[in-house]
Design a binder for this molecule. Structure first.
Ligand code: CUA
Length: 179
């Protein structure tokens, strides 16, 4: 059977409509994920000098770990360095928004927290920030997931998710794993 020019145009039009609809659906899903589910790529660039981050400012050792800010926001600050996290154990409350802020003192590291949606790279020169809500109590593992050298497989921290009534900040608003 021979195709007329009319058949070809109709076939092309059908494909145009089908592809446009498909792209439209993808675009709508992307907007839905971004606006309704708040799934977004990192939106801010926050530089930090890996050579001096331990000397002053936010990532000095006494300021690491979990702290409840004056407005009630829970923030946990962690330094990633070959081949450990400082601190190696953090405490966070269940069912409440927690902001994790990480900085690398040397090479590229990465973290994930088991059984959660927390997963980010930690690139020297930038602060990595993740907002999350921990839904279950217990001890979760936070391994480094980016090969960072010979000790990479030993680079591991513990995330202790406690019920809100056991999440008791001290006078400075700090919550640590303790002995
Ligand atoms: Cu740090 Cu792998």
């Amino acid at each position: 059977m021979a195709y007329t020019e009319h058949d070809v145009v109709r076939s092309e039009l059908r494909w145009t409509v089908a592809v446009a609809a498909f792209v439209g659906i993808l675009f709508a899903l992307t907007l839905f994920a971004a606006l309704a589910l708040h799934r977004n790529p990192p939106s801010n660039i926050e530089p930090i000098d890996p050579k001096t981050l331990h000397l002053s400012g936010e990532f000095t050792e006494p300021n690491l770990g979990t702290r409840v800010e004056a407005n009630g926001q829970v923030t946990t600050r962690i330094v990633a360095a070959q081949f450990a996290f400082v601190p190696s154990c953090i405490v966070v409350p269940e069912g409440q928004e927690v902001t994790l802020r990480l900085a690398s003192a040397d090479v590229i590291h990465g973290i994930l927290v088991s059984d959660t949606n927390v997963n980010t790279m930690v690139v020297p020169g930038y602060v990595s920030q993740v907002h999350t809500v921990f839904r279950t109590t217990g001890n979760l593992l936070m391994p480094c997931h980016e090969f960072c050298g010979l000790g990479h497989s030993q680079m591991l921290a513990q995330v202790r998710v406690v019920p809100r009534d056991q999440f008791r900040p001290d006078a400075q608003g700090r919550v640590n794993c303790g002995p």
